[in-house]
Ligand binder design. Structure first.
Ligand code: SF4
Length: 353
């Protein structure tokens, strides 16, 4: 694409984003002002908290501390109290420290550019760029997760979420888009687009202002961008269960009240890499044949449980159950009991005619 055509495409995308922002942008209280103080406070509140939670707290905070002087003159305890409900109180303390720096070292002036904002406590790259572009019209892109998702899709950028390479590529494209008279509005349009239309799953492409330029959409698979982070392999937990019968009853024991499946019942067990041997040691005799094996997935690990025939006497915390499936069983124990029963039913000789 030659330079003239690139510039034309960028100008059209900017127009589309500004129109979208004007017509469909979210109506948020900090957008009704261009006061740097209010914009700074809102961006810090939004760092780790959802918009819906921030809206009422923002109004209340500004009522108590309407400007940087009142904030700097307050006690830190009062600032933290006004922060209640937003969580991550370190942000409130940094906000307070930054206000005192501005009042005592800058005579109450807000820093005028992104680099100076970044030197204040609690201000990272994104917040510095957001405040500088929205409050001061600096042509700098505010790159956060939403913006990475949107532009990785629009330009079909390779790379996994949040890798430095992808973020660099996104920043380069975003920088072209904010290079205009309304950089703050472009940043906010992209934020809104990421929050409302270009969702992680099921993006609403037909309503998207950048739809006609979006390469991921054209490829027919927008959610393939950005590439997903590789999931860490889940470790395997091995469990050995003892299958002890007395007539029609089965021996179960209750699990401790903390840890996995607290208070539920299961077959007597041992776990770990030498689960079978440990189970034998627990009962003072080697366990017998393996009757069944089941797999079970937990959030952070896979469980592989084998059930072995065993002959043991009842111990404290254990009980004979004539119908073990009515007991409050752990999901793993239920799976294991059903598996053993199914295998034995299949192996049983057919009834004589
Ligand atoms: S067209 Fe779809 S995938 Fe592309 S930016 Fe818009 S919402 Fe996202």
């Amino acid at each position: 694409m030659n330079r003239r055509r690139t510039n034309k495409a960028v100008a059209r995308m900017q127009d589309a984003l500004l129109r979208f922002y004007g017509e469909k942008g979210r109506d948020l209280p900090w957008r009704r002002t261009r006061t740097p103080y209010a914009i700074w406070v809102s961006e810090v509140m939004l760092q780790q908290t959802r918009v819906e939670t921030v809206v009422p707290r923002f109004a209340e905070f500004l009522r108590r501390f309407p400007d940087v002087f009142s904030l700097a003159a307050a006690r830190e305890k009062a600032v933290c109290e006004a922060w209640a409900g937003l969580g991550y109180y370190r942000r409130a303390r940094n906000l307070y420290r930054a206000a005192r720096l501005m009042v005592h070292q800058l005579a109450g002036r807000m820093p005028g550019d992104e680099a100076a904002w970044r030197r204040l406590p609690g201000i990272g790259d994104y917040t510095a760029a957001a405040v500088a572009s929205i409050a001061f019209g600096e042509r700098t892109a505010a790159v956060d997760g939403n913006l990475v998702r949107v532009l990785a899709r629009v330009f079909a950028l390779p790379g996994r979420t949040a890798t430095p390479r992808l973020v660099r590529a996104v920043r380069a494209q975003a920088q072209l888009l904010v290079d205009c008279e309304w950089p703050g509005d472009i940043n906010q349009a992209l934020m809104d687009l990421g929050a409302t239309l270009c969702r992680r799953e099921a993006p609403l492409c037909p309503r998207c202002p950048l739809g006609r330029w979006c390469r991921a959409r054209r490829e027919g698979n927008p959610t393939a961008y950005p590439g997903r982070k590789a999931k860490p392999a889940r470790p395997i937990l091995r469990i050995a269960f003892a299958w002890c019968e007395r007539g029609p009853a089965l021996l179960l024991e209750q699990r401790p009240l903390d840890g996995l499946w607290p208070g539920l019942w299961e077959l007597p067990s041992a776990s770990g890499p030498r689960a079978k041997q440990d189970l034998g040691r627990r009962f003072g005799q080697a366990v017998g044949l393996r009757l069944a094996s089941v797999r079970h997935d937990l959030t952070h690990r896979h469980v592989v449980a084998s059930v072995y025939r065993a002959t043991v006497t009842r111990q404290p915390g254990q009980k004979w159950w004539r119908d073990p499936l009515v007991a409050p069983l752990s999901s793993l124990a239920r799976k294991a009991i059903v598996a053993v029963r199914e295998i034995s039913e299949k192996a049983a000789p057919p009834p004589s005619p």
